[in-house]
Design a protein around this ligand. Structure first.
Ligand code: GAR
Length: 197
């Protein structure tokens, strides 16, 4: 059974879907949900599900990314995860941190990478007049929102879409995509999952 740690910064809807899927014959189980924000709603949701949680407030480490990561590593290493899932984790990780978990850290990003790494992905897709938007799950490398593709879900951009309406439609697909990818990845299958919403 693979041990999965999930890092988040916000509401944790993707975390919830990953956790809900990790039962029965799923080859993995959640062992930790950690956040850089002690107020993150996702921490409360995880605790309610009986999953161990940890919070390391990045604001306690101004201009000290290495110090923040050293503090985050304590609960993370103690949980002995085989796989780390970034699920709405909004801190950039240093190459040193990424190297520790190279090949076993996954991220979900709300765009059809390589398009629109970084922030404001949905507004940028609308602004560009794209016919499609979506979400990508990839292995994390030291380059932000880069790395080998593990899955992608595509949704049409509708004529009246705002960034918020598009984000909501993409999120529905994220909730299908990320559990599907994790289930395969934990079983050793790296063939990308491709979904059309
Ligand atoms: C998701 O849309 C995820 O793709 C995005 O944050 C949201 C988190 O929602 N991630 C990023 O932007 C990473 N740079 P959630 O907390 O409800 O899962």
């Amino acid at each position: 059974m693979k041990r999965v740690a999930i890092l988040l910064s916000g509401g944790g809807s993707n975390m919830l879907r990953l956790v809900q899927d990790m039962t029965g014959d799923h080859p993995a189980r959640p062992v930790l949900v950690a956040s850089n924000d002690p107020q993150a709603a996702g921490l409360t949701r995880a605790a309610e599900l009986g999953i161990p949680t940890a919070a390391v407030d990045h604001r306690a480490f101004p201009r000290d990314r290495a110090g923040f990561e050293a503090a985050l590593l304590e609960p993370l290493l103690a949980a002995q995860p085989d796989i780390i899932c970034l699920a709405g984790f909004m801190r950039i990780l240093t190459p040193d941190f990424v190297a520790r978990f190279q090949g076993r850290m996954l991220n979900i990003h709300p765009s059809l990478l390589p398009k629109y790494p970084g922030l404001h992905t949905h507004a940028r897709a609308i602004e560009a007049g794209d016919a499609e938007a979506g979400a990508t799950v990839h292995l994390v490398t030291p380059v932000l929102d880069d790395g080998p593709l593990l899955g992608q879900a595509r949704v049409p951009v509708l004529p009246d879409d705002t960034a918020d309406s598009l984000a909501a439609r993409v999120l529905v697909q994220e909730h299908q995509l990320y559990p599907a990818v994790l289930r395969k990845f934990a079983a050793g299958d790296r063939i990308p999952v491709l979904l059309q919403g």
